[in-house]
Design a binder for this molecule. Structure first.
Ligand code: SAM
Length: 326
C-alpha cells in the first residue's frame, strides 16, 4: 500500500529474537540485554500468521533479523511457513553467520532466498575485540558456505567506524574484487551503545569511496537483487561489487519501502521513530485477521517522511538496534 508520502510499502523486516550470540561493542552491552523470554516474544505460528496478514496490505518481501535470527529455535520452520505464503516472493535473512554453516542446507531447502552477513573486520584479533565472543573463522566459513550453495547475491554489511576499522577499507574492497561478494559499507548510526561510540566515530561513506577509488576503478549502474537503499558500483575487472549505504550523510527515506516488527510484537514505521503499534496485545486479546490488518495499516500511516537520526547523537534511544531488529 502507499503511505502518506506516496511510498509503496512492500517490505517487512521481522525481528525473531532480541538475543544474540555476539556482543558487538557498539550494539549490545557485555552483560544483560537480549533476554526476552519465550512468553514475551511471538511464537513462530503467530509470526507466520502476521506475515500472511501483512500481504493483504501489499507486503511481498520479508527479512528475518534480530538479535541473531539463527539463535531462534526452529528458525527453519519459520522460513518454511513463510515460503508457503504465495504472495511473499523474497525471503532474506541478516546474520553474523557464526551458526550458519551447519544450518545452511536446511534453510535453503525451507525456502530462504538470500542472506546478508554482518562483518566489520577481517582481522582475527579485532573480530574478537568487537564481538567480545566470536571467531572470525566461523564468520568467514559462513560466507564461503553461502557462496558454495549459490545463495547469490551474497552481501556483506560492514559498519565503518572511525578509529576502529577504517584502516581495513581496502582489504574489504579486495575481497569484493576477488570473490563474487557485495560489500556494503554502512554509516555508523546513533543507535546502540553511545557511551564510547560517539559521533566522532561516524565516517561518511564518501570518504570511504574516495579511498577505494585510489586503487580501483568503480563503475556505476549495477542492479543487485533486493538492492534497497545501497548505491552499488562494480569493481572494474573484479568479481563482486561495492555498495554504500548512507543513512547519515544522505538519507534515503524518500525511497523507504519498509516497516518493522519487533520480536515482542510491535510494529514500527521507522527505525528511528519511537512510535509503535502493539500487535501482540491485539493477538493475545483474540483479534481477527481483519483487526490485525488494520494495525498494519496504522503502522504504515504512522511512517514519518524521514528519520531524524542526525539529531540523535547523545540521546538515549528507548530501543537499541538488537531490540528493534537491525
Ligand atoms: N545479528 C544479526 C547480524 O549480525 O547481522 C542481525 C542483527 S544486527 C543488530 C544487524 C546489523 O545492525 C549489524 O550489521 C550491525 O552491524 C548493525 N548495527 C548495530 N548497531 C549499529 C549502528 N549504531 N550503526 C549502524 N549499524 C549498526
Amino acid at each position: 500500500m502507499l503511505d502518506n508520502y506516496n511510498r509503496d510499502i512492500n517490505y517487512l523486516r521481522v525481528s525473531v529474537t532480541d538475543r544474540c550470540n555476539l556482543r558487538c561493542r557498539y550494539c549490545m552491552p557485555e552483560e544483560g540485554g537480549g533476554n526476552l523470554g519465550h512468553y514475551i516474544i511471538l511464537s513462530l505460528e503467530d509470526l507466520a500468521r502476521l506475515i500472511k496478514i501483512s500481504t493483504t496490505i501489499g507486503i511481498r518481501k520479508v527479512r528475518l533479523t534480530g538479535g541473531e535470527p539463527l539463535v531462534r529455535k526452529n528458525i527453519g520452520q519459520l522460513v518454511q511457513y513463510i515460503s508457503e505464503i504465495p504472495e511473499i516472493d523474497d525471503i532474506a535473512l541478516t546474520s553474523n553467520g557464526i551458526l550458519y554453516s551447519p544450518m545452511a542446507r536446511e534453510l535453503k531447502d525451507a525456502g530462504l532466498n538470500r542472506i546478508n552477513f554482518s562483518l566489520d573486520t577481517l582481522s582475527e584479533e579485532r573480530y574478537r575485540f568487537i564481538t567480545r565472543r566470536g571467531e572470525l573463522k566461523d564468520a568467514l566459513k559462513a560466507i564461503y558456505t553461502a557462496l558454495e550453495m549459490d545463495m547469490h547475491p551474497v552481501k556483506i554489511n560492514t559498519v565503518i567506524i572511525r578509529g576502529f576499522n577504517d584502516t581495513e577499507v581496502m582489504d574489504f574492497a579486495r575481497l569484493a574484487y576477488e570473490y563474487p561478494l557485495h560489500i556494503r559499507f554502512i554509516e555508523f548510526m546513533p543507535i546502540g551503545d553511545l557511551h564510547f561510540w560517539k559521533e566522532q566515530r561516524m565516517i561518511s561513506v564518501d570518504e570511504v569511496k574516495k579511498q577505494i577509488e585510489s586503487e580501483y576503478k568503480l563503475e556505476t549502474g549495477r542492479i543487485i537483487k533486493g538492492n534497497g537503499p545501497a548505491q552499488y558500483y562494480n569493481l572494474v575487472g573484479g568479481q563482486g561489487s561495492i555498495g554504500f549505504i548512507t543513512p547519515m550523510s544522505n538519507h534515503f527515506c524518500g525511497l523507504c519501502n519498509r516497516i518493522r516488527m519487533t520480536a515482542d510484537g510491535k510494529l514500527r514505521g521507522c527505525l528511528y521513530d519511537k512510535r509503535e503499534v502493539d500487535l501482540k496485545e491485539a493477538l493475545r486479546a483474540g483479534a481477527s485477521d481483519e483487526e490485525l490488518k488494520q494495525l498494519f495499516i496504522q503502522a504504515v500511516d504512522m511512517k514519518p517522511a524521514r528519520h531524524h537520526m542526525n539529531n540523535g547523537w547523545g540521546n538515549e534511544n528507548q530501543r537499541k538496534m538488537y531490540q528493534i531488529g537491525g
